[in-house]
Design a protein around this ligand. Structure first.
Ligand code: ATP
Ligand code: MG
Ligand code: MG
Ligand code: MG
Length: 487
């Protein structure tokens, strides 16, 4: 039987005898669904927020709760069927953008997994007295943090003692009492393949087409900058659905309207330009940090404009982005020897876990479901494993991607140099200027941004304060004072 649970962003489970009531923070006051109720064994899901992408299905002694989507499948039913055959190994075979919890009543254990790259974050606490709580946001588990014990396959969230984040590409099985175990469902490939260039181009095109195909829907919005990554996605959507709807954003400081318009005109898309102040983009910071639960200042700068743009997209929409292509292709590292490019790509791929750049939470609180085709399992696998000489070739960065879409896009788009969203929107330079204007020395700007991000993280994640209540100017003033003292 499938019981559609109310739209969900976050789910919470508790297991163990006698622990029938939710221990979550005040946010978890919404509907609870009982997933399993047996002597000494009770599992509940508490739904927080709103998203169209959560469902529970039960069959016999298995219950699956799925947040997100499994490629080409009926969702939780597909997970349940495969799990019945393979147990945790099921997650090595599934492609999608999801987090899942499988409750195995007859075994009295739960299995927790994300997709191959952990694009839907999962956090958990396992207390010494046998309560397990799982949530898609760390902050809702903060109340239990003092009593959490280590869990294999997870890492402690900085600042939230006892709260553990499931590693990307990892599946954990836990018993209310007793140790758990974990296994890999995917690993970032370490090997590289020298493929015939024409063949590599054809393969890249094919995997991206397939990733767009399984995630595309009518009435979907593609967020378009006019850069090669989002333009290739928009072109693929157009080819697949026969039409495409695009939106581009700019600020009073900077925009990419002309580049996006070239693509929109070429594709005949239903196109919209949205313009706002760069100050309103920076004002997103408390929301961004509350939703990504990451305090890396560079990542925050990428997220700020997207967060602002998402507010302009109607609730209930599906959004497709070109986010993430630069990580496996090394798009942001220009003008290097192949060996150095390879080193930097390896470095980026060994540090993405936990940054939550691809987390759906940035959209789900607005009722949006975001899709990032470049981090589809097969696309990421293909891009990562290509030799550096195919990622950049003839001095052209992201060569294989540009070649793969050269027949669908104008030449000027195919050849357009990379421009990061934080640059094209003026976000980075504006934030720097705000700090310079307040007297932060230029060599301390990055440190000041990092400290502001850390302080906001403490407020909106560790203390779970409402991001709408955060006074960013006050936080900034506090940091500026400290920076000047140390300068
Ligand atoms: P490139 O990396 O070559 O510049 P890109 O602009 O598509 O290509 P990023 O700059 O890495 O990619 O930006 C990440 C994604 O964010 C884009 O693919 C796009 O989906 C979205 N995006 C970036 N800038 C804008 C913008 N100004 N308006 C709307 N969406 C944007
Ligand atoms: Mg792994
Ligand atoms: Mg890009
Ligand atoms: Mg760009």
């Amino acid at each position: 039987t499938r019981s559609p649970i109310p739209p969900a962003v976050s789910c919470h489970l508790s297991t163990g005898g006698g622990h029938g009531t939710s221990r979550l923070s005040a946010r978890a006051t919404e509907d609870s669904v009982c997933l399993a109720d047996a002597p000494g064994w009770r599992v509940e899901a508490t739904v927080i927020g709103s998203s169209p992408q959560a469902a529970v299905v039960t069959s016999g002694d298995l219950t699956v709760l799925l947040v997100g989507e499994v490629k080409d499948s009926d969702g939780p039913e597909a997970v349940l069927r495969l799990y019945r055959d393979l147990g945790p190994w099921a997650f090595s075979q599934l492609s999608g953008r999801f987090a899942a919890v499988v409750v195995h009543t007859s075994q009295s254990h739960i299995t927790v997994s994300g997709d191959h790259a952990g694009t839907v974050p999962l956090y958990m606490v396992h207390t010494w007295d046998g309560v397990i709580e799982v949530a898609t946001e760390a902050k809702v588990l903060a109340g239990l943090s003092e009593r959490g014990r280590p869990i294999l396959g997870t890492d402690e969230v900085p600042g939230l003692r006892g709260v553990r984040r499931l590693r990307a590409g990892t599946c954990v099985t836990l018993q209310a009492r007793g140790v758990g175990r974990f296994q890999d469902t995917w690993n970032v490939p370490a090997h590289r393949e020298t493929v015939d260039p024409d063949e590599a181009v054809a393969q890249v095109r094919a995997v991206i087409e397939d990733a767009v195909r399984w995630q595309a829907r009518d009435e979907m919005t593609t967020v378009l900058s006019g850069g090669i990554d989002s333009s290739a996605v928009a072109a693929t959507v157009k080819q697949h659905l026969g039409g495409v709807s695009t939106v581009t954003m700019g600020t009073d400081r900077s925009d990419e309207f002309d580049s996006a318009a070239v693509v929109a005109t070429h594709l005949g898309s239903s196109h919209r330009e949205f313009s706002t102040t760069v100050a309103s983009v920076l004002a997103e910071l408390p929301f961004v940090i509350a939703l990504t639960e990451c305090c890396d200042p560079s990542i925050n700068e990428y997220m700020l404009p997207l967060s602002r743009l998402y507010r302009e997209i109607p609730a209930g929409s599906r959004v497709m982005t070109g986010y993430g292509a630069d990580i496996p292709l090394g798009g942001m590292h220009r003008g290097l020897a192949d060996m150095d490019l390879e080193e930097l790509i390896v470095d980026d791929l060994s540090t993405f876990d936990g940054l939550n750049e691809l987390s759906p939470n940035l959209g789900t609180h607005l009722g949006l479901w975001t899709c990032h085709p470049y981090w589809d399992r097969a696309v990421l696998q293909r891009l990562v494993t290509l030799a550096a000489g195919l990622k950049r070739r003839d001095g052209i960065d992201k060569w294989v991607l540009r070649q793969a879409f050269s027949d669908l896009l104008p030449a000027e788009t195919v050849l357009r140099p990379k421009l990061g969203i934080h640059e094209g929107s003026g976000t980075t330079s504006h934030w720097s200027e705000v700090l310079l204007d307040q007297g932060v020395p230029s060599e301390r700007i990055h440190a000041a941004k990092a400290q502001i991000s850390q302080d906001v993280f403490d407020l909106v994640v560790v203390q779970a304060q409402d991001p709408a209540e955060i006074d960013l100017a006050a936080v900034t003033a506090g940091i500026v004072d400290r920076e000047q003292v140390s300068a």
